[in-house]
Design a protein around this ligand. Structure first.
Ligand code: DGJ
Length: 745
C-alpha cells in the first residue's frame, strides 16, 4: 500500500504487525518475521530512505541523489551472516543501534541498567509524521527504554536534521554511557575523508585522507567545541574534487564535548556516528526522565566539495542563524555590520578618551559598529584579574559607559561590548565570594589557564548570576552587540552539589544552560546580536550558531595565514558568520609585512572588520580603507550569502589562491585573487569563473588591481567561465591581492 505524503516526504508502508505483541512474545532476533516498513524523505536533490527490516531493526536503505517518488527501493533487509564473526546485528547499517546482541561497531546508545544488565537492543515501535519529516520510536526488546528518533529534511538543500530523545520508563534509574545524535551509513566504496583540525591561531586546516579500515575519531573532550577539531566531516567518493563527484557531509550542533567516529568496517561498509563524547560521560536517567541529544545535520551533493559547502552555507543562512526583531521573518539574516574592534589597538588599556578617539577615526572610515573589547570592567588591567566582576571600571570610565556609547551613536555607529561570562579570575570579588562556583574536584588543585577558572554554568545559581549580569548590562546600556568570549578549556570537571553518580551530567547541563541563557537574552533583547569567540575559533558549530550571529574564526589576523584559515572554515561555515579583521603590519604573530590593500582584500572575503590601531594610520591608509569599505558594502551580500567557489586553494604551499562568489540571482559575482609569492616568473593562472548565467552579459569592474588590458570589459557568462578572466601580467611579487566584480547588464 502506498500513501502519498506532502512534497518532501513519502512513506510507503507494507502491512505491519504490532511490534509490541510480536516482540514481547519473541525477543530473540533469530525469529525475524516482522513485516517490513519503509520511510523516505526527499528534499532538494536528495533522497534518504530507511526502513524496518524483518527483525524489527531500523536500518538505512539509501542516501544519495533524489529518486522519483514512484521509484521503488528494495525493502530494508538485514545483512546475512557472513561468518560467525560478522553477525547481522553488527553488519546491518542500523539507524540507531543499541549496544547489545554483540555489536562491534560504534553504538548509538549504550546503557547500564540498575541491575547491572548492559544489553540494549532497539527495535521499531511506532512512527509519527511531521512537517518535512517524522519521528520514529524505537524500544528495547524487553526493557522500557524508548528512543524517539527525530528526522526532518530541508526542502531546498536536502539537508537532514537528526536527533534522538531517550526516555527511561523503567522503575529504576539507568545510566547512559554513550548517546549519539545519529548514525549515517554509506555504501561500500573508496572514499576520501575530509575534516578540520587546528590549534589556537591555526584553526580550520582541511585534512584529507583516504578512508581506511578502522575508525577515525574526530572529537573534543574539552567541554567546548575546541580549536583542535571541528564537528564537521565530508566524505567524497574517490579523490577530493571541488567541482564534481559525490560527497556526503555532516555537522554536529553541539558546543560541549563531542565525538564523531568514521568507521570503515571489515566488510568495507562505512558508518559515521556522532553525538555527546562518551569519554567521562555518564548521564543518569531517573524513571520518567528524558535526555535530548544534539542535532546531527547531514547532506549530500553530486557536485564535489564545493557543492557540499554551498548547500551547507545556504542551509545555515536560511535555517540555522538567528534573526533579530528587525530581521524576523526574513529568509536570511542581514549582512553583518562592518565593525571596528579595539583589541589589537589597545588590549586592556581601554579608557573613555582613548576609545572615543578611536571611534572618531573609525566613523570617518565608514564603519557601522564600534566594539570595545576586553578591559572595561572590574579591576581588569591585565588578564590576571577582574573576570567575573561585571561592573564598569571607574578609573577608566568615571561616568560609566554612557558617554562613550552616546559618542559612538552620535558618530553614526552602533556599540558593541566584549564579555567572557563563563569565566572567573581567582583575583576577583566574585571568586572571593563564591569559590565553590567553579568546576572543581573538592580537595584537588584547581588548574588555571590564562589565570582563569571555569564557572560551573550547570549550576542554577551560576546560570542565574550569568544571565542576571548580562540582562542588567543590556538593560542599562544601549548595546547592539556582545562579543562573547571563552578563553580556556575545562579541567577538573567536578560538580559536587550532585550525588556522585550524577555529577557527570555537567557535560550536558553546562551547554544546555549556555544555550538557555543565549536564548533568553535574545528573547528579552531581540535586537542584540552576539558573536561566538573562544580565543579565536574554539567555539564554532551549528549548536552555537542557532544563538549567535557571527563567529571569530581565529586570533591569528595575519592576512596570509587567514587565507588558509578562511579556506578551511568555508568548507563548514558560511562567510556570513566569518568575521575577519584588518590589523597592523608587521603582524604581531608572524612579523610579516603586508600592504593595507592586501590585508583589506584578505578580510573582505568574509564579514569585514577593522582591528588595527587606526590612530596611527596615515591619511592615505584612511583613504584606501574608506574606498574599500565602500566598495565592500556595495557587494557584501554577494560575498557573504552568495554561492562560494574556491577557484584556487591556498593550501599545500600554493603560489596563488582565488575565490569567487555569485549571488542567487546570478546578477553579480565577486572575485578575489592572491599571489602568495611568485616563483620562476609564473604569471597568475587564468581564472575560469563559475556559476554565471552563460547567456547573460557581465561587465567586469576592478575593485582593486587590474585585469589583463586585453580582456573585454563586457562579455557573456560563457566567456568568463570558458575563456576565463586573465589578470594583469604584473600581478606578481609577494603578498599581492586583486578583487573584481562582475555585474549583469
Ligand atoms: C581572545 C579573543 O579571541 C580576542 O579577540 C580578544 O577578545 C581577547 N580574547 C581579549 O581578552
Amino acid at each position: 500500500m502506498m500513501k502519498t505524503l506532502p512534497a518532501v516526504l513519502l512513506i510507503s508502508a507494507a502491512s505491519f504487525l504490532a511490534p509490541a505483541t510480536l516482540l514481547s512474545a519473541q525477543p530473540s532476533p533469530a525469529r525475524c518475521n516482522v513485516s517490513t516498513k519503509d520511510f523516505r524523505l526527499s528534499g532538494g536533490n536528495v533522497t534518504y530512505a530507511f526502513g524496518v527490516n524483518a527483525c524489527g531493526e531500523l536500518q538505512q536503505v539509501y542516501w544519495g541523489g533524489r529518486l522519483a517518488d514512484n521509484d521503488k527501493l528494495p525493502p530494508a533487509r538485514r545483512n546475512r551472516e557472513m561468518a560467525s564473526f560478522d553477525t547481522p546485528y553488527t553488519t546491518t547499517p542500523q539507524e540507531y543501534a543499541g549496544w547489545g546482541e554483540g555489536l562491534f561497531v560504534e553504538p548509538a546508545l549504550k546503557i547500564t541498567f540498575a541491575d547491572g544488565n548492559r544489553d540494549l537492543v532497539l527495535h521499531y515501535d511506532s512512527s509519527t509524521e511531521k512537517p518535512n519529516g517524522l519521528d520514529v520510536v524505537l524500544k528495547d526488546i524487553t526493557k522500557q527504554i524508548y528512543v524517539t528518533l527525530h528526522y526532518s529534511i530541508d526542502p531546498q538543500t536536502g539537508i537532514l536534521a537528526r536527533s534522538a530523545t531517550i526516555e527511561n520508563r523503567e522503575s529504576d534509574p539507568v545510566t547512559i554511557e554513550q548517546a549519539a545524535a545519529a548514525a549515517w551509513a554509506l555504501p561500500h566504496g573508496n572514499y576520501t575523508l575530509n575534516y578540520l583540525t587546528g590549534r589556537w591561531a591555526g584553526e580550520y586546516n582541511l585534512t584529507q585522507e583516504p578512508l581506511q579500515h578502522g575508525a577515525r575519531v574526530i572529537e573534543s573532550r574539552r567541554g567546548s567545541t575546541g580549536h583542535q577539531a571541528n564537528p564537521w566531516f565530508a566524505i567524497q567518493s574517490g579523490s577530493p574534487d571541488e567541482n564534481s563527484g559525490e560527497v556526503w557531509f555532516g555537522a554536529l550542533g553541539w558546543s560541549g564535548s563531542w565525538r564523531i567516529v568514521v568507521e570503515q568496517d571489515q566488510l568495507d561498509a562505512v558508518r559515521i556516528t556522532g553525538g555527546f563524547n562518551p569519554f567521562d560521560f555518564g548521564y543518569v536517567l531517573k524513571p520518567g526522565e528524558k535526555l535530548e541529544t544534539p542535532t546531527f545535520y547531514g547532506g549530500y551533493s553530486a557536485h564535489g566539495l564545493g557543492g557540499a559547502s554551498r548547500l551547507l552555507h545556504s542551509f545555515e543562512n536560511h535555517n540555522i542563524l538567528p534573526r533579530t526583531a528587525k530581521t524576523a521573518g526574513q529568509p536570511t539574516p542581514k549582512p553583518r555590520p562592518v565593525i571596528y574592534n579595539s583589541w589589537e589597538a589597545t588590549e586592556f588599556r581601554v579608557t573613555e578618551g582613548g576609545q572615543i578617539a578611536l571611534a572618531e577615526k573609525a566613523a570617518a572610515l565608514g564603519i557601522d559598529r564600534f566594539v570595545m573589547d576586553d578591559g572595561w570592567f572590574g579591576q581588569r588591567k591585565t588578564d590576571n584579574a577582574g573576570l567575573g566582576d561585571w561592573y564598569v571600571n571607574k578609573e577608566k570610565f568615571p561616568n560609566g559607559l554612557k558617554p562613550l556609547i552616546d559618542k559612538v551613536h552620535s558618530l553614526g555607529m552602533d556599540f558593541g561590548l566584549w564579555v567572557e561570562p563563563e569565566m572567573v579570575n581567582p583575583d576577583s570579588d566574585l571568586y572571593r565570594a563564591h569559590p565553590d562556583w567553579v568546576l572543581n574536584f573538592p580537595g584537588r588543585p584547581r588548574t588555571e589557564a590564562r589565570q582563569q577558572l571555569v564557572l560551573n554554568l550547570a549550576r542554577t545559581d551560576v546560570r542565574d548570576y550569568v544571565y542576571g549580569f548580562l540582562d542588567k548590562l543590556l538593560n542599562e546600556n544601549d548595546i547592539a552587540f556582545l562579543k562573547w568570549d571563552y578563553n580556556r578549556n575545562w579541567s577538573e570537571p567536578g560538580w559536587d552539589q550532585l550525588p556522585p553518580a550524577e555529577q557527570k551530567k555537567v557535560y550536558v547541563a553546562f551547554t544546555q544552560n549556555l544555550y538557555g541563557i543565549l536564548a533568553e537574552l535574545r528573547k528579552r533583547h531581540p535586537n542584540v546580536e552576539i558573536e561566538s569567540c573562544s580565543g579565536g575559533g574554539g567555539r564554532v558549530d551549528l549548536g552555537i550558531l542557532r544563538y549567535t550571529d557571527e563567529v571569530w574564526p581565529s586570533d591569528n589576523t595575519d592576512p596570509f595565514d587567514r587565507l588558509t584559515i578562511q579556506d578551511g572554515f568555508s568548507y563548514a561555515y558560511t562567510p556570513q558568520v566569518m568575521m575577519a579583521w584588518v590589523t597592523d603590519s608587521p603582524h604581531w604573530l608572524n612579523k610579516r609585512t603586508t600592504s593595507l590593500s592586501y590585508r583589506m582584500l584578505s578580510s573582505m572575503q568574509g564579514s569585514l572588520g577593522i582591528g588595527a590601531d587606526i590612530s596611527k594610520w596615515t591619511a592615505d591608509d584612511g583613504a584606501l580603507a574608506k574606498r574599500l569599505i565602500k566598495a565592500y558594502h556595495e557587494v557584501q551580500p554577494t560575498i557573504v550569502q552568495g554561492d562560494l567557489y574556491r577557484l584556487i586553494s591556498p593550501r599545500n604551499g600554493s603560489e596563488f589562491s582565488a575565490t569567487q562568489t555569485v549571488n542567487h540571482e546570478k546578477s553579480q559575482s565577486v572575485v578575489f585573487a592572491f599571489v602568495h609569492s611568485t616563483q620562476e616568473g609564473r604569471g597568475f593562472p587564468v581564472l575560469k569563473l563559475k556559476g554565471l548565467d552563460p547567456a547573460a552579459q557581465y561587465t567586469l569592474t576592478a575593485i582593486e588591481g587590474k585585469a589583463n588590458p586585453r580582456e573585454p570589459t563586457t562579455a557573456t557568462g560563457a566567456y568568463w567561465m570558458n575563456h576565463g578572466l586573465e589578470l594583469d601580467d604584473n600581478f606578481r611579487g609577494d603578498f599581492q591581492a586583486s578583487a573584481f566584480r562582475l555585474d549583469r547588464k
